[in-house]
Ligand binder design. Structure first.
Ligand code: AMP
Ligand code: MG
Length: 420
């Protein structure tokens, strides 16, 4: 994998062990397995769900040999004796020709209609001359041309889609073509979410001195909904041991996964850590990633816990780059390949050695079709505007320093995260 290839060793010092991003992700992924049960649902409701078993083709596809064009069906070999054919009938979509043709005969045929017995090829109507009940063919004919043969794409029993596939419109097209009215999918995960912090205020309330709006819960819920999770919104929990404990206990009993933001950095983590030490088995990590260094991950008695940092960009990025892969695995989704692209960086980038950075960039293609990228400017972990101005991450390896304009960098398009 890219991150390993760039040799992300764990960097530690005695006081603050720091995990490489890839190590943290792999540890988190290795410690979870599918949590969702499966259920059968109508295909019309399957968009965005995850297939819970392999899908086998119930029939040959196409189910019968058929014409790919409007034209005339005949046996190509017959052209050796004559290029004139008598039209003996019609085969239209849904109305097959009954009977077989013999030498010198052909059948008028439409796209999708059954290829009549005795025929192996179709001549496009544009390539024949019609004279009453006969046609003359002047072009060359290759046996099998313009025919979609029975079983050409799939044979009955072939595995056509794998367990773990997230269902998109493309998959729905295939499943519908095979007649699946229902599909077996994983049930959505139930995810409880809350924000921690005495400074946080609910939208719609006026701000007093030192207060800010709780934006993380909205951004994280929006990301969870895209993942097709069932969300339990517990609101804002103040920095108070008893209230934090109550929220965690309730979330643990009601949800498969508990996600919080804020309160996991050193010092401030005290309450959360105190509560979580009682309720579960949680690691407080410092991950060598920017934005996002502090992160908590582990198990409560009945749920998986992910504690994201409070800074809004850090919360979003650690959700995307750590929580999301974990949630996908829990929800039964198969691994998707990493999609990093090389792009010429048009602007210099500031970068300290020591942490992998997901900087925000805007990518495009130049007039020759080559990928180029530029920074969105300030990269502070509280600057949500840098996410809004971006359409990709610029992924800068842990040991990378500053980047000069004109150098090649790796980018990950946000669109690559979306299910088409
Ligand atoms: P913390 O991780 O709790 O130390 O918070 C780090 C920074 O993120 C602080 O500036 C917090 O005010 C801010 N922050 C924490 N939680 C939220 C939230 N839910 N929405 C917006 N900002 C937050
Ligand atoms: Mg806080």
């Amino acid at each position: 994998m890219f991150f390993n290839a760039m040799s992300y060793c764990d960097i530690s010092n005695s006081q603050h062990p720091m995990l490489a991003y890839e190590t943290a992700l792999q540890e988190a992924l290795a410690s979870v397995s599918v949590k969702s049960c499966s259920t059968s649902i109508p295909l019309s409701q399957a968009l965005g769900k995850v297939l819970a078993c392999d899908v086998l083709s119930p029939m040959d596809m196409p189910p019968f040999s058929q014409s790919a064009m409007d034209g005339y069906a005949l046996l190509a070999q017959d052209l050796e004796s004559s290029n004139e054919f008598r039209v003996v009938g019609k085969s239209f979509a849904g109305h097959p020709y009954s009977g077989a043709i013999t030498s010198g005969e052909c059948v008028r045929i439409m796209t999708g209609a059954v290829l009549p017995e005795g025929c192996d090829s179709v001549i496009m109507q544009e390539k024949v001359t019609v004279n009453g009940d006969s046609i003359t063919i002047d072009s060359e004919v290759k046996a099998g041309q313009c025919v979609r043969a029975k079983g050409h794409e799939y044979r009955a029993g072939d595995v056509v889609l794998k367990r773990g596939t997230p269902i998109s419109a493309r998959h729905i097209a295939l499943l519908a073509s095979m007649g699946f009215k229902e599909v077996e999918v994983f049930e959505p995960l139930t995810v409880a979410i809350f924000s921690t912090g005495d400074e946080l205020i609910e939208l719609g309330e006026p701000l007093a001195a030192g207060q800010i709006y709780d934006s993380n819960r909205y951004s994280l819920i929006a990301q969870l909904e895209k993942l097709n999770c069932h969300v339990l919104d517990y609101g804002i929990i103040p920095d108070c041991v008893s209230q934090i404990e109550r929220a965690f206990s309730q979330a643990n009993s009601e949800a498969d996964v508990v996600i919080t933001s804020g309160g996991v950095s050193v010092g401030e983590a005290d309450y959360t850590k105190e509560v979580l030490d009682k309720l579960g088995n949680i690691e407080f990590w410092k991950v060598a990633v920017k934005p996002g260094k502090p992160l908590a991950f582990g198990y409560l008695s009945d749920s998986v816990f992910l504690g994201l940092p409070g800074n809004p960009v850090s919360a979003m990025v650690t959700f995307d780059k750590v929580a999301k892969p974990v949630l996908k695995k829990l929800a039964g989704e198969a691994d998707s390949p990493q999609m990093l692209l090389g792009a010429t960086c048009k602007t210099p980038l500031r970068k300290n050695v020591g942490r992998l950075e997901f900087q925000r960039g805007f990518a495009a293609t130049d007039e020759r079709g080559n990928l180029i990228v530029e920074t969105t400017g300030g990269q502070g972990s509280g600057m949500v505007g840098s996410m809004c101005a971006a359409n990709c991450y610029i992924v800068l390896p842990q040991m990378q320093g500053n980047v000069a304009a004109g150098e090649t960098v790796m980018i990950e398009l946000f669109a690559a995260n979306l299910q088409a």
